[in-house]
Design a protein around this ligand. Structure first.
Ligand code: HEM
Length: 133
């Protein structure tokens, strides 16, 4: 499995655990005010990165591009910032809204970079020529 796939999958599992803890907390306290944070951590943090992991596993040439590493850094930093900031904002910290907006834009930028990867081909790597005996 390409390194970026493994990294994406492990990152996704961490977000899954965080998302489930948020869901269990809502269920246990009957306070569903953080529903949007729970849903976004699960869908942007668990489901989407798991799909990215699958894409890069099936397209190893794409996984080797520097663009894939940049895409991972931008997308994951966006979700990692957005999850807790959205959670805190929904728990009564409205002043955090600009950070939530900024992190959402990072996630969007990560999605755009993924679209660029998906719609463009990696540069051809010149294979070494085997000298004729
Ligand atoms: C043990 C795991 C989980 C628990 C205990 C849990 C619990 C909850 C609770 C209590 C709500 C609020 C429902 C409401 O107020 O209407 C909720 C909403 C939601 N959850 Fe989870 N959840 C879990 C896992 C997941 C996972 C894995 C995903 C996605 C992959 C997910 C996606 C959502 C979504 C999208 C909503 C919003 C639904 C709506 O507004 O109609 N949840 N969850």
């Amino acid at each position: 499995m390409p390194f970026i796939s493994l990294l994406y999958f492990r990152t996704a599992v961490v977000f899954l655990l965080v998302g489930i803890v948020m869901g269990l907390h809502m269920a246990a306290t009957h306070d569903h005010s953080t529903l949007a944070a729970h849903a976004h951590v699960n869908l942007l943090g668990w489901v989407t990165p798991a799909l990215f992991a699958g894409y890069f596993a099936l397209n190893p040439a794409q996984a080797e591009r520097w663009l894939a590493k940049l895409q991972y850094a931008v997308y994951v930093s966006g979700v990692a910032l957005m999850g807790p900031m959205l959670y805190l904002m929904l728990r009564g910290r409205p002043e955090l809204e600009p950070v939530v907006v900024f992190s959402s834009l990072l996630v969007f930028a990560g999605a755009i970079l993924f679209a660029v990867i998906a719609f463009t081909s990696p540069a051809r790597v010149a294979l070494p020529r085997v000298a004729a005996e």
